[in-house]
Design a binder for this molecule. Structure first.
Ligand SMILES: C[S@@+](CC[C@H](N)C(=O)[O-])C[C@H]1O[C@@H](n2cnc3c(N)ncnc32)[C@H](O)[C@@H]1O
Ligand SMILES: Nc1c(NC[C@H](O)[C@H](O)[C@H](O)CO)[nH]c(=O)[nH]c1=O
Ligand SMILES: N[C@@H](Cc1ccc(O)cc1)C(=O)O
Ligand code: SF4
Length: 463
């Protein structure tokens, strides 16, 4: 065979029923993809593996898949590269769910009043969240994204707290907030606090929504409805990981199952909220699982039509329990990353936007992804905890100047967007300084200075 590259997929180490074997041929699958036909799971597996009958990734075939995806991207959304002026505000790192891919969380006992244990995590009160979002609003952000650990003291609202307090069930992952050094308030109180005038609030993953209804018979519609009343605007489709239960059983046995994740997303759509969708790949799963995941997302979008973007999140391995326990020894290879982006574009014919994450891929590879099927380059985020704690080294912020420089360097058009992509603004690269204009207090002033943006990424990269 010409030039075959290794993959990082563990073969045979985990006893999975789903394996990447099909009776389709790579050539047929590629022809269907190039013609814009809807792909089957078997087609997707052929493209993702560059031929399931061969070992490793065939580099010539990979190029053909990337080209087909790049063409499809140009047809579907054109040459603009979008990004959003946003801020990450994680409320708490306290979490007992124990996902083996995650080093964001700290066990919640460490946060209890009087605990002798030290930790480097945090919990913010609603007042603290409000202050952070208020000051970011003044700098010009459009959106705040907030995802957090499942703190045992967090409940949906006061009514939920009463139900949890009255319950004698020991299996609810609940402890009264008063038992903790810092009271995170309720989810509703946090939403109200972050719902600063005109700011788009992107929060409450399906897993958080599950936590916000534990011990009750409330539906996900009820929960997302109350959150929307408190100011929630859209829902991050994280916690998806791999939507195949045999994989979830290995990497996140404490999380809700795939069906329940889908149920929560449908409920969010039902109450009128937009969502994003993600996949976290490059750990124990194989290519069949990746494509089965894409199929679940495509089926969901056929029903809801509320998924604004798809975000492949490449697993960052160094400091995670999966690595510490010797279950994996690296993440996806660059070839696998590129195929993940490309096959997402080709398979998800009903999702317009595919995001390239500079947090996960870095600038150079992140830019390359914009020619492999992706069209969105994420957001400024200004603070990053999840990937940093897992050992990621690509920094915590990007300035508008960096975005404009990077996107024009590859011959594409930089475009500021709203979270839902309904508002977009083409940026004239010949007209500095560059700053956001879509946020409620945005007046074109740079969000982070060019030097600050770079300094943040360089400091982390030098560690
Ligand atoms: C850290 S959780 C926070 C929200 C909430 N606790 C939940 O699980 O939905 C958000 C997402 O970060 C992603 N993530 C966590 N650790 C990661 C890692 N090591 N590499 C890549 N993505 C990771 C996962 O997809 C996870 O669903
Ligand atoms: N890909 C990552 C994201 N993406 C989310 C975006 O920043 C934004 O919130 C979304 O596009 C909605 O507008 N966020 C992270 O924190 N880390 C990533 O790796
Ligand atoms: N915060 C998530 C990524 C994310 C957040 C919101 C989204 O809509 C999409 C992705 C992470 O770092 O892994
Ligand atoms: S991914 Fe979310 S639920 Fe799982 S351990 Fe990390 S913070 Fe907790």
């Amino acid at each position: 065979m010409v030039d075959a590259a290794r993959t990082n997929v563990p073969r045979g180490e985990f006893d999975f029923d789903c394996v990447p074997e099909t009776d389709q041929s790579f050539e047929n699958a590629l022809a269907k993809a190039s013609d814009g036909e809807r792909l089957t799971v078997a087609d997707g597996i052929e493209l993702m593996t560059t031929g399931s009958d061969r070992e490793g990734i065939d580099l010539e075939r990979k190029e053909a898949v990337l080209e087909a995806a790049d063409r499809r991207r140009a047809e579907m959304v054109g040459d603009e590269v979008t990004f959003v002026a946003n801020l990450n505000n994680n409320v708490t790192t306290a979490c007992n769910t124990g996902c083996l891919f995650c080093n964001f969380k700290d066990t919640a006992q460490q946060f209890e009043e009087g605990s002798e244990e030290t930790h480097d995590g945090f919990t913010k009160t609603p007042a603290e969240s409000r202050e952070i979002v208020e000051s970011a609003r003044e700098t010009g952000i459009y959106e705040v994204t907030s995802v957090s650990g499942l703190h045992p003291g967090l409940a949906l609202d006061d009514e939920h707290l009463e139900i949890l307090d009255a319950s004698d069930r020991g299996d609810l992952n609940y402890k009264p907030p008063a038992a903790y050094e810092t009271d995170p308030g309720t989810y509703v109180a946090q939403m109200e606090a972050m719902n600063v005038e005109g700011i788009h609030l992107h929060s409450m993953t399906p897993e958080e929504a599950y936590h916000a209804r534990r011990g009750t018979d409330w539906s996900y519609e009820e929960v997302y409805g109350r959150l929307a009343d408190a100011g929630l605007d859209s829902v991050p489709g994280t916690a998806a990981e791999i939507l195949v239960d045999e994989v979830r059983g290995v990497i996140c046995p404490g999380k809700i199952g795939s069906d329940e994740w889908v149920e929560a997303m449908e409920a969010a759509a039902e109450v009128g909220l937009d969502t994003t969708a993600t996949i976290m790949y490059g750990h124990v799963e194989n290519e069949a699982h990746r494509v089965m995941h894409l199929k679940r997302i495509r089926d969901l979008q056929d029903r809801t039509d509320n998924i604004t973007e798809f975000v492949p999140l490449s697993f960052v391995h160094p400091n995670t329990p999966l690595a510490e326990r010797g279950m994996i020894d690296s993440g996806a290879t660059t070839h696998e990353d590129e195929l993940m982006i490309a096959v997402s574009r080709l398979f998800l014919d009903n999702v317009e936007n595919v995001q390239s994450s500079w947090v996960k891929y870095g600038d150079e590879q992140g830019l390359k992804m914009l020619s492999c099927g992706a069209n969105d380059f994420m957001g400024t985020i200004l603070s990053e905890e999840i990937t940093k704690r897992a050992g990621g080294k690509f920094g915590e912020a990007r300035s508008f100047a960096e975005y404009v420089e990077m996107i024009t360097a590859i011959g594409r058009t930089p475009v500021e967007r709203s979270t839902d992509y309904r508002q977009t603004r083409v940026i004239d690269s010949a007209d500095p300084p560059f700053g956001p204009e879509l946020g409620p207090a945005a007046d074109g002033t740079p969000l982070v200075s060019d030097t600050e943006g770079r300094a943040a990424s360089e400091t982390v990269a030098d560690d």
